[in-house]
Design a protein around this ligand. Structure first.
Ligand code: FE
Length: 222
């Protein structure tokens, strides 16, 4: 049911802020600097905390995941690209100019009627930055990290994803070295849609594996 991976957490000192939020670890130097800057900017009235939240939300839900959505849509329409993507995700997303740090490898796992893949980082918040941007808060939360592994079907069900009993659920535990992205199933009824229209349907959550991609509401445009 779940795939066990060795979870090497050799995080680098120059890694991103979120990478270091393991458990109750003390704040890292970078985190302290970020917090100090944030409170200074807010105190000086230079930045509205709401604007900061909106900015983060934009990167979490819009800007970052658009990269992954373009990759997914391209894989749906181009079988050769899909093959390359599943064989070597790092190289395939680099064709779009999306690159991570040299230390990390991107592995893309395909959802099919027989297999539903879900991505988690059980120890902290390892995430495929190059294609999805910033990890959402819930992805970093202890309940998701623990329960995605113990009861992935239950978690999926709560999130509205019913995986048939006949299908296998695979849980991929991200690490500092290997980041996973889900290639969701292309929804039926989207055969006539172009690549850009398809990309618009692909959500961040679908590429984490906690949602499926739905055909456009009101049926497909033909
Ligand atoms: Fe991690």
């Amino acid at each position: 049911m779940s795939h066990e991976h060795e979870h090497h957490h050799h995080h680098h000192d120059d890694d991103d802020v979120q990478e270091h939020r393991a458990h109750d670890a003390p704040l890292t130097d970078v985190e302290l600097r970020v917090r100090a800057l944030e409170s200074l900017l807010v105190d000086k009235g230079l930045v509205d905390p709401k604007a900061l939240d909106a900015l983060i939300d934009t990167y979490e839900t819009k800007v970052g995941p658009r990269n992954g959505a373009r990759v997914v849509a391209h894989a749906w329409v181009d079988p050769d690209y899909k093959r390359r993507l599943l064989e070597d995700g790092t190289a395939a997303v680099a064709e779009f100019g999306f690159v991570g740090r040299q230390s990390e490898k991107l592995v893309v796992v395909e959802n099919t009627p027989a297999v539903h893949n879900v991505v988690v980082c059980t120890l902290c918040s390892c995430y495929p930055w190059a294609v999805l941007g910033l990890p959402p808060v819930w992805y970093k939360s202890a309940p998701y990290r623990a329960r995605a592994v113990i009861d992935p079907r239950g978690v999926l069900q709560e999130l509205g994803v019913e995986v048939p009993q006949t299908a296998e659920v695979r849980v991929w535990d991200s690490t500092a070295e290997i980041r996973y992205m889900v290639l969701p199933e292309r929804p039926p009824g989207t055969e006539k849609l172009g690549e850009e229209e398809l990309a618009a349907l692909v959500t961040r959550d679908a590429m984490i594996g906690v949602a499926t991609v739905a055909a456009p509401a009101g049926g497909t445009r033909r």
